[in-house]
Design a protein around this ligand. Structure first.
Ligand SMILES: [Zn+2]
Ligand SMILES: [Zn+2]
Length: 149
């Protein structure tokens, strides 16, 4: 599978965004679009507050509460992924298959991309449960910058 660059991918995702909303029975609003764009175009796995800060200039009437609710509905639609510690949720709009390393100390979320040909082993018992379409693995540990502190 050819992996497009990040910018092209975000543009394609935004183009498909309307269809995905329709499929999910949601109206595509500017609000949803801007919130999605803020997450998808960032490589930093922003938290809700960061998303809020980013879209605020474009949508001055937006509340943090609405950002939370919108992020949850985008997650349910499968457009975003919630990653990181549950006490410090972060959001990921990168549609490329990848895993995460989460630091339990600072809460930072690092992307993990497998090298070509590299594959995570799937336990036999999981194979027996059905057809696997996708797998997400989250590694937890102490990141290098926390280790050196
Ligand atoms: Zn850390
Ligand atoms: Zn990620």
């Amino acid at each position: 599978m050819k992996i497009k660059n990040r910018k092209g991918m975000v543009q394609t995702q935004l183009k498909n965004f309307g269809d995905r909303c329709k499929e999910a029975g949601l109206r595509m609003t500017r609000q949803r679009q801007e919130i999605f764009r803020a997450v998808a175009s960032s490589c930093e796995h922003p938290c809700a507050e960061q998303v809020f800060a980013r879209v605020r200039s474009k949508l001055p009437n937006l509340s943090l509460d609405t950002v939370y609710r919108t992020l949850s509905s985008l997650e349910e639609m499968g457009l975003l992924q919630r990653v990181g510690l549950s006490s410090k949720a972060r959001f990921d709009g990168d549609a490329r298959p990848h895993c995460h390393f989460v630091c339990t100390q600072c809460g930072e979320v690092y992307d993990v991309f497998l090298r070509p040909g590299e594959q995570l082993p799937v336990p036999v018992s999981v194979r027996a449960m059905g057809q696997i379409r996708q797998s997400t693995v989250q590694f937890k540990g102490i990141c290098k910058s926390c280790q050196s502190r």
